[in-house]
Design a protein around this ligand. Structure first.
Ligand code: PBG
Length: 343
């Protein structure tokens, strides 16, 4: 039956000039009205490096603008985070070489640098969230994230046992989040079990779930002093191959099942496809880590006058939100928060 009989119907849509996407882009008010993604200081987690001593503000040459603090110099930074509204500070230690061992046991010392830092921060600024990285690489004499066998292979279950102790030590000191970045199998479940059975039922686990064996971590390894110990060896036997996508989804699924409260994709910018997929697939609180190498690239290009620092910084952070991130671990957190405040 011909239903168009008797009516004037054109099957050719006269798109031009009725559809003009530039109408909404024309004015600032109309651009603001249709904006799909926004950045706020609530989105940031600020990673900082701590070392022993007092009065320390030691430069890290491969990360311009980032320093190693001692506990006393970190306190004003924490205060600034509180004032700017940055919700969480992430702690990474630079451990003295004399304390590094093949088994990284210093990671479990209740009076070690990180537990002391957590206690000092929670005492002064209880409203600031504190996240601790769970991994042995800052503490091992070989720079790997776990315990090695004679062939230099990282042993899974032996490492997980130490990681559970490390996470418990951090929780005891008052850490709000423990964030396993080691990529051992089964560590989220084991850590969750250790926390639950020791009455730390509110300690959140942010799992570095999709953590790739990336060359973008170079400057971080300078910062924590693991680069020279690691030498030419790599972390391919535990971190994910950058070529893989479905494997990342399986890792995230496992971590959620084992009790992760939040999941992470790392590095950030080169892995936005993974971030989008993880968010769409699992609908979990999902975080991106804009890692040290990404930070260094933007800083270096800006210092050369090749990129506009502030614009590129904000665009990169917004891109994480657009790709599905609920928040970003970024060395730009303070700079970006200040910029947001001044706008
Ligand atoms: C430790 C750890 C690393 C980073 C965070 N936690 C380095 C690595 O796995 O070698 C990298 C962070 C960065 O590059 O900013 N396991």
């Amino acid at each position: 039956m011909d239903t168009t009989k008797g009516r004037i119907m054109s099957i050719i849509t006269p798109d031009f000039p009725y559809s003009r996407p530039r109408r909404n882009r024309k004015d600032d008010f109309s651009r603001r009205l249709v904006r799909e993604t926004t950045l706020s200081t609530d989105d940031f987690i600020y990673p900082v490096f701590v070392q022993e001593g007092t009065g320390s503000l030691q430069d890290i040459p491969s990360m311009p603008g980032i320093v190693r603090y001692s506990i006393d110099t970190l306190l004003p930074v924490a205060e600034e985070c509180v004032k700017l509204g940055i919700p969480v500070l992430a702690l990474f230690p630079s451990i003295e070489n004399s304390l590094k061992t093949p088994d990284g046991i210093e990671a479990t010392n209740p009076d070690g640098l990180i537990p002391r830092t957590v206690r000092a921060l929670k005492k002064e600024f209880p409203e600031l969230g504190i996240l601790c990285d769970v991994a042995l690489d800052p503490y091992t004499s070989h720079g790997q994230d776990g315990i090695l066998n004679d062939e230099g292979y990282v042993l899974n279950d032996e490492t997980v046992r130490v990681l559970c102790q490390q996470a418990l030590t951090q929780a005891e000191a008052g850490a709000d989040y423990v964030a396993p970045s080691d990529m051992m199998d089964g560590r989220i479940g084991a850590i969750r079990h250790a926390l639950e059975s020791n009455n730390f039922i509110y300690t959140r686990i942010m799992a570095y779930s999709a953590k790739y064996a990336s060359a973008f971590y170079g400057p971080f390894r300078d910062a924590v002093g693991s680069a020279s110990n690691l030498g030419k060896s790599n972390k391919m036997t535990y971190q994910i191959d950058p070529a893989n996508r479905y494997e990342a989804l399986r890792e995230v699924a496992a971590d959620i099942k084992e009790g992760a409260d939040l999941v992470m994709v790392k590095p950030g910018m080169p892995y936005l496809d993974i971030l989008r997929e993880v968010k769409d697939h699992f609908k979990m609180p999902t975080y991106a880590y804009q890692v040290s190498g990404e930070y260094a690239m933007i800083k270096a290009a800006s210092q050369n006058g090749w990129l506009d620092h502030d614009k590129v910084m904000m665009e990169s952070l917004l891109a994480f939100k657009r790709a599905g991130a609920d928040g970003i671990l970024t060395y730009f957190a303070i700079e970006a928060a200040k910029l947001l405040k001044s706008q």
